[in-house]
Design a protein around this ligand. Structure first.
Ligand code: SF4
Length: 161
């Protein structure tokens, strides 16, 4: 943040491209309660527009020598985020969930709704393909989550076991 605020060199702007947006700096590490992650996110398209890219040798990159000592203690992170009351230490319980009906939406993703490849009355098995992306458009394949008989509606494929 200091570098971005007080320096104008391309190296500093390029450095934001390496941000994986983990949000650790914003939610945990910044002592000033600033938002470095968002700064990186907003700077990335600007850096790309200006044609700024990493010019070095990727093989020359090595972890910081103190990386091992910079890990975030999970207990501190949970405390800082105020998640202590939700920290389930177990034991976890096995629960078998067997719904008789599922409503599988045709749009569960970026892009356009998927197009059904099944018709009402078809019998499907778990994992079978129910719908595919529209030709040439962004979308995702949709699969059956249970065995059963399908009913196709405008926005979903309903499966009854
Ligand atoms: S700048 Fe912040 S959000 Fe980006 S990788 Fe580093 S810690 Fe994560």
């Amino acid at each position: 943040m200091q570098s971005l605020g007080f320096a104008t060199g391309a190296d500093v702007a390029v450095a934001t491209l390496y941000c994986c947006e983990c949000n650790l700096c914003t939610m945990y590490a910044c002592p000033e309660d600033l938002d470095p992650k968002t700064v990186c996110v907003q700077n990335k398209p600007l850096a790309r527009e200006r044609g700024l890219t990493f010019k070095g040798d990727p093989a020359s990159i090595t972890p910081h020598p103190l990386a091992e000592f910079r890990r975030v203690p999970m207990r501190r992170l949970i405390a800082k985020l105020g998640l202590g009351e939700f920290n389930n230490v177990g034991p976890l319980k096995e629960h078998v969930f067997s719904p008789r009906t599922v409503n599988v939406l045709l749009k569960q993703h970026a892009g356009l709704p998927a197009v059904p490849v099944v018709k009402s009355g078809d019998r499907v098995r778990v994992g079978d393909l129910l719908a595919v992306p529209q030709q040439g458009k962004l979308g995702a394949r949709v699969h059956a989550s249970i065995d059963g008989v399908v009913k196709v509606t405008d926005d979903a494929v309903i499966i009854e076991a």
